[in-house]
Structure formats: structure tokens, C-alpha cells
Design a protein around this ligand. Structure first.
Ligand code: SF4
Length: 338
């Protein structure tokens, strides 16, 4: 049976020249925030027992969500679907203060799986709002992360997702403007929009370090480095995964065909016609088992050699939240591991 743990895919299988090959990009797949969020649900289920409620998809990947649902996690869209007094886990994308208040009103026992890098953006939003800035939040307004961040200072925040929206922006004081970004944007698009903001508001201020997270950046840089060596880039990820969609865009912007696939079944045979080299990567919420499945499928189609191309090392890990650490400590005989 497959599991959502990250198992290594064979690093290098060489084959004769001229054979169709796979370039397996590294880093790819699970980031530290996703590992942490999935661990939180798994440990909560093992420690407290089912059911455990999870607000929204814990991470944007169908396979991961289905597997946790099979183990007893109940995914809900809204807090009012969680029975009073129950345990609820917030997803890696974070929640607004209004959701936190709703949970309090329903006496829910909350476990927060918000990625620490999303929390960092929330903290920045609160800080800028308190200092009297108008806040420009660059991102996709229908994304859960943006809903959560926007909720920190809704009265002073405007979400923008295009240069045209930047051009149309109006603020009370153009000398008192700050910007923040979603963590999973395209580096290139975000840079262009920040430049447009700086032109429009020369005194605009931003975060100390950029909000686009290390995992989003590293996966995009890997595609940029390798796309020119490939005829096709396949990105393993679900269609609601922002960072996965951005990887496809990066490849296409470089002139290499790219497709987002949930798994090997989504690969259309015509995509492989006339293709000698396929680069394979995975969004930050896609488990390695799905990458293995894709590599195996490509092997059956004549892509006999697999070369792992490590563009940069990645060794980030995040600690578990106190609610989970305490639960583990309170149940020392439990077979869970952090
Ligand atoms: S993609 Fe980035 S912000 Fe999102 S969970 Fe992963 S590390 Fe955190």
C-alpha cells in the first residue's frame, strides 16, 4: 500500500545515449510546512483518535487529503460544521482572526498547522496596520492563504493580483503604504508587481525578507535551471495548488511545454510524442509516491534512464506546535514519532 511519507526515488539509473530520459528535479515535492502539517494530522489521529476535524484541505493535494480522510480526519469548509467542543486543525494556509474567534465561540480545541512562514506574513500585516500603513497584499484573492492574511487587517488592506490592479490602486496617503505577498507566487511576477508598486509609491515599504517562501523559490529555480534541457516539464501537483501551478508557468514562460498532473493517469500519450527528455518535478504539497508513479509510467513508455538533477540542497525542518508536543509527552507509550 502506498503512503504519504516521503520515500526516496532512485537517484540515477543510466542508459545508453539516444534513449529517452527523465530528469528528476531536486528539490521537489513536500516542503517543511507540508511535512509539519501532515505530521500534525497524523499524530493527532494516533494520539487522540478519530474523528479529528480539519478546516479546509490540510494541504492542497487530493491524494494526501484522501489518505488522511481514510484514517479518520474529517475535512470541513467552515468552523460551524465542527461539533461544539471538538478538536479542529487549521490547515497549513492559515486562518483569519475571525475564524479563530468562531472556534473560541464554539469551544473548539484548536491545533494550528499554519505554516510558520505564513504566520510570519500575518505578523507583518498586523505590524504594518498598527503603524498606520495602507497595506497592499500581492496574491490571488480566492486563495485560502490570502483570505487568512487579509483578515488580519481587512480595513486597510487591498489585494492586488495584476499590474493593472496596481495601476488602479488608490490609498489615503501614498507616502504611507506597505506591501506583502502570498508565499507561493511566481518570483518573476511578484518582482514585476513590486517594481510597479515602487514606481507608483516611491516611499512604499516591504517585509525585511521576502514573503515568497524558500520552497516556492527553490522549486521555481530548479525548473528555470533545467527546463531548457527538456522537451517537456511535468509538474506533479493538484490543480488548486498555487505553487504547483506557478512551476508550470515558469516552464511555459521559458518556452518548454509544461503540464500539471495529479498522477501518472493524467499524462496524455500525445504529450510524449516526439519527446526525448522529460523533466519531472512536484509542487510543495505533492508526495514522493506520486512522483515515483510518474517515473515508473514514463519508464514503461521508453524513458529508460532517470537522472536526478539537484539544483540546490534543501534541509529546512519546522518544529511541531505545542498542542502536539504536549500530547506526545502526555502519551509516552504511544507509538507516534515526531
Ligand atoms: S509552500 Fe512555503 S509557505 Fe507553503 S507550507 Fe510550504 S514552506 Fe510553508
Amino acid at each position: 500500500m502506498t503512503t504519504i511519507t516521503d520515500q526516496p526515488t532512485p537517484a540515477h539509473v543510466s542508459a545508453p545515449d539516444g534513449e529517452r530520459k527523465v530528469l528528476l528535479l531536486k528539490p521537489r515535492g513536500f516542503c517543511a510546512g507540508v511535512v509539519r502539517a501532515v505530521d500534525i494530522v497524523r499524530i493527532a489521529l494516533e494520539t487522540f483518535g478519530a474523528p479529528i476535524y480539519v478546516r479546509k484541505e490540510i494541504v492542497h493535494n487530493r491524494f494526501v487529503v484522501n489518505e488522511l480522510a481514510e484514517k479518520g480526519a474529517i475535512f470541513v469548509e467552515d468552523i460551524d460544521q465542527v461539533p461544539e467542543g471538538s478538536r479542529v486543525i487549521y490547515s497549513a494556509h492559515g486562518v483569519s482572526p475571525a475564524v479563530r474567534q468562531q472556534s473560541k465561540d464554539r469551544n473548539l480545541r484548536v491545533i494550528d498547522a499554519t505554516c510558520p512562514l505564513v504566520t510570519k506574513v500575518h505578523v507583518e500585516a498586523v505590524k504594518f496596520a498598527r503603524q498606520g500603513y495602507s497595506l497592499v497584499l500581492i496574491g490571488h484573492r480566492d486563495h485560502e492563504e490570502i483570505e487568512g492574511t487579509l483578515g488580519e487587517a481587512p480595513d486597510v488592506t487591498t489585494v492586488v493580483s495584476s499590474a493593472a490592479e496596481v495601476a488602479a490602486l488608490e490609498v489615503p496617503d501614498p507616502n504611507r503604504v506597505a506591501y506583502l505577498t502570498q508565499t507561493t507566487l511566481s518570483l518573476d511576477e511578484a518582482r514585476d508587481m513590486i517594481e510597479a508598486l515602487k514606481k507608483k509609491f516611491p516611499n512604499i515599504v516591504g517585509p525585511h525578507s521576502q514573503d515568497i517562501c524558500y520552497a516556492t523559490e527553490n522549486r521555481q529555480v530548479a525548473v528555470k535551471n533545467v527546463a531548457h534541457q527538456a522537451d517537456l516539464v511535468l509538474v506533479v501537483g493538484s490543480n488548486n495548488s498555487s505553487n504547483s501551478n506557478r512551476l508550470v508557468e515558469v516552464s511555459r514562460n521559458l518556452g518548454t511545454k509544461g503540464y500539471l498532473i495529479d498522477n501518472s493517469k493524467a499524462i496524455r500519450p500525445e504529450w510524449l510524442e516526439g519527446v526525448a527528455t522529460v523533466a519531472v518535478t512536484a509542487g510543495a504539497s505533492a508526495p514522493e509516491v506520486l512522483v515515483e508513479d510518474v517515473v515508473k509510467y514514463l519508464g514503461s513508455k521508453g524513458f529508460g534512464s532517470v537522472e536526478e538533477v539537484e539544483v540546490m540542497p534543501e534541509n529546512v525542518r519546522f518544529g511541531l506546535p505545542p498542542e502536539i508536543v504536549q500530547a506526545i509527552q502526555a502519551a509516552p507509550s504511544s507509538p507516534v514519532s515526531a
